[in-house]
Design a protein around this ligand. Structure first.
Ligand code: PEP
Ligand code: CO
Length: 471
């Protein structure tokens, strides 16, 4: 699909790799990577191909993507309940979004591998001592002491094991009855009953009730009402880990797949064109994403599209804009126009989290619910004007009752952030904020202009001027 004859899983090693830790014991790292190379893949390549097909549907306007989960998974916050709770909130959100958009929701977790974090600075001074910054549990640990902050290659194996165990549980939950649409809707009803704003969403909830009743009287009982597909993704940051889990698919032309997750993305700090991360992603056959911020020029984005999707394969490339609610208005439209005019087709996604982070008065990293929603709302307006499909949203959230983002249905205030501020990295929406956001986005989706007929559902529509290259 993406023939790169000069690519190998380790060809990234010839290039500069940003955001890699300084390992104190390279021998130990080598040993771990060798062991990991012999361990089973976490996903099957065929699943990654299915996700590419699903994302191609979303790219064409026939599905909407919800990609969501932790900023940073940790070893400490790992339990069956936590996995269940985050899955539950994603299922609840996806039911609401699917009903309002009229197209299926594709669910992708930031889960089972979201362990490595890029950092603005390499060290920080704590009580007069200069320590390495926390880079995610796959590398070092949060407590600000020398032992915890020293990178330890043994963490890589532990992260792999936790990812395997998480995926195992997710597969069980999503195929074993937990994801039944009727129960998911019942949870949503409970949320609305407990929410002061709940009545606002009554029309959506009643619509879902009616649809479920209608299906029941018609005797519709498809497996898709009881089980769902759920995909795993993470930032491909720690390249030795990704390399070790990259395997050839003997059932499919010996193509290379990074079997650490179904989808991988490159982060905003590591997306340099001639550096290691873009090189690595260019050769794997999984669907891939790239974060883009307001510093990205249209020219840069076109080169990125050429690197990551030279064959212009539908569903292969997702561009995740994370501009901030102020900057998106000026910076996203020229990028969309340039991509459209080039003939490239990408799946557009909005990450309204990472451009809206600031320090609260109490000194905690936070985000305002209203900024998050405002960025999504502007993203929808921009796509409406460009006649492109706002393919999905990318969120940092948890199923727990944390207090990390301001505002939302409980109108969380600055002085309340300390109560349950538990994140190892960025502030996440809690379960109630997440569901409230889903209902608000559902309203945007319900208002988004539908295509005239399903078979002409193409974005951009065919009545747009032909791209320059095709004239
Ligand atoms: C993230 O997704 O957690 C992240 C670090 O995002 P970005 O690369 O957009 O800053
Ligand atoms: Co983050």
């Amino acid at each position: 699909m993406n023939p790169r004859t000069d690519w190998t899983p380790d060809s990234w090693r010839r290039l500069h790799a940003d955001q890699q830790p300084t390992w104190p014991d390279l021998g130990a790292l080598d040993d771990v990577i060798k062991r990991l190379t012999g361990m089973p893949p976490l996903i099957f390549a065929g699943e990654a191909r299915s996700l590419t097909s699903e994302l191609a549907r979303a790219q064409g306007g026939d599905a909407f993507v919800l990609q969501a989960g932790d900023c940073a998974e940790t070893f400490e916050d790992f339990s069956a309940d936590r996995v269940k709770n985050v899955l539950k909130v994603i299922l609840q959100m996806s039911a609401v979004l699917a009903y309002s958009s009229g197209v299926p929701t594709i669910r992708i977790g930031r889960v089972a591998g979201q362990f490595a974090k890029p950092r603005t600075v390499a060290t920080e001074t704590v009580d007069g001592e200069e320590l390495p910054t926390y880079r995610g549990d796959i590398i070092n640990r949060v407590p600000p002491d020398r032992a915890s902050r020293t990178p330890d290659a043994a963490n890589i194996l532990r992260a792999y094991e936790q990812a395997a165990s998480t995926l195992n549980l997710l597969r069980g939950f999503t195929k074993g009855g937990f994801a039944d649409l009727a129960s998911v809707h019942e949870w949503n009803r409970e949320f609305l009953a407990a929410s002061s704003e709940g009545h606002r969403y009554e029309a959506i909830a009643s619509g879902i009730d009616a649809a479920l009743r209608f299906m029941r009287v018609c005797g519709v009982d498809s497996p898709s009402l009881h089980e769902v597909d759920f995909y795993a993704s993470h930032e491909a940051l720690l390249l030795p880990y990704e390399e070790a889990l990259t395997r050839q698919d003997s059932t499919h032309d010996d193509d290379w797949y990074d079997c650490s997750a179904h989808m991988l993305w490159v982060g905003n700090r590591t997306r340099e064109l001639d550096h290691a991360h873009v090189e690595f992603l260019s050769g794997i056959n999984n669907p891939v994403g790239c974060k883009i911020d307001s510093n990205c020029t249209p020219q840069y984005v076109l080169e990125l599209c050429d690197r990551l999707n030279p064959a212009r394969h539908p569903g292969r490339l997702t561009l995740i804009s994370r501009m901030g609610c102020d900057r998106i208005v000026d910076h996203l439209p020229p990028i969309i126009d340039a991509v459209n005019d080039s003939g490239h087709r990408v799946l557009w996604m909005c990450d309204p989290m990472h451009g809206n982070t600031f320090k609260s008065d109490g000194g905690l990293k936070t985000r305002r619910f209203e900024d998050i929603f405002e960025e999504i709302s502007r993203y929808f307006s921009i796509h409406r004007a460009a006649h492109t499909w706002p393919g999905g949203i990318h969120l940092e959230l948890t199923g727990e009752n944390v207090t990390e983002c301001l505002g939302g249905p409980d109108d969380l205030e600055d002085h309340e952030l300390h109560a349950h501020y538990e994140t190892a990295c960025d502030p996440r929406l809690n379960a109630r904020q997440s569901l409230d956001l889903a209902f608000l986005v559902a309203e945007l989706l319900a208002d988004f202009p539908p295509p005239a007929t399903t078979d002409t559902r193409q974005f951009p529509p065919t009545d747009r001027p032909a791209p320059a290259a095709a004239k």
